[in-house]
Ligand binder design. Sequence first.
Ligand SMILES: Nc1ncnc2c1ncn2[C@@H]1O[C@H](COP(=O)(O)OP(=O)(O)OP(=O)(O)O)[C@@H](O)[C@H]1O
Ligand SMILES: [Mg+2]
Length: 293
Amino acid sequence: MSSESSPQPPASAHVIVVGSHKDGAGKSTIAMHVAVALLNGGLRVATIDLDAQHKSLTRYVENRRLGAAQSDLTLPTHLVSTGGSRLLVEDEGIEFFSVVDAVASIAATHDVIVVDTPASDSDLIRFVHSLADTLITPLDGRLDADAHGSNDPALQIVETQHYGELVQGARQRRSRADGKPIDWVVVRNRRSSSESRDARPPGAGLNELASSLGFRCVEGLAERAVYGELFARGLTVLDRLDQATLGAPPNLAHVTAQREVAGLIEGLALPIGRTQWPSPPIAPFGEHDLLKT
Ligand SMILES: Nc1ncnc2c1ncn2[C@@H]1O[C@H](COP(=O)(O)OP(=O)(O)OP(=O)(O)O)[C@@H](O)[C@H]1O
Ligand SMILES: [Mg+2]
């Protein structure tokens, strides 16, 4: 990975990296929802799937491409890892032999690049973190409740200080490259919907960790079956959800999920030329549909 050793972060596109030390925390789901929020806001968005093993974001985009044939779904330019630091632009069949070349090339023609990463550690993953303008790290709320009997997701990071060190290294590398900061946003994700409704503030442990490691906390997506169902159709809760796209009328879970995704996007406070994103399309939901949960 020596070719990636001196980062030249793109001058134009805002780079969002979604990374964490745990599998299944919801990285790919968040990456897709953020990408679609920005696409629907009229921005030119590229997505990069660096998880060559799971390829979840790539499957999500492929599902969406199939759905786009029937409805007007927005699509990102999608690049997928083909091993090592090689990236393929799927639609165009163009292959880049280094992440630096790929990012430099797509940054010139896109406003935002959303990079989804695997939970594993490698030189490539460390390098890619140093390209982030915004780093989103979901913590899996299910693990706190199950493994520790506690609701403080800080335990996950405390357990894995390693990831905090990875981010620290990325910040130093970035600072040497262009002096820019990385806005690290830790997202409390996959908490039970009742816990999220309570909107309990982060515990003391997480707050302490936030100040020692330098991140801020934002509420993420609750644990909801709709996210898995939408993946199969390539949809997000930010799309127009109706009988035609969903195969069933939307219900209250979709509306609630739309609100929490909108809250997450707002909480990210992305500095990319807009202060307001379009409201999620709640309009198609009839009162009758909302009664079904
Ligand atoms: N908030 C959620 N509620 C319910 N299911 C979810 C939620 N977020 C993600 N999922 C589902 O959990 C599985 C893992 O999610 P996802 O792929 O987003 O996680 P990940 O962190 O990217 O995982 P990996 O480390 O394996 O790449 C998927 O089947 C996804 O549909
Ligand atoms: Mg993933």
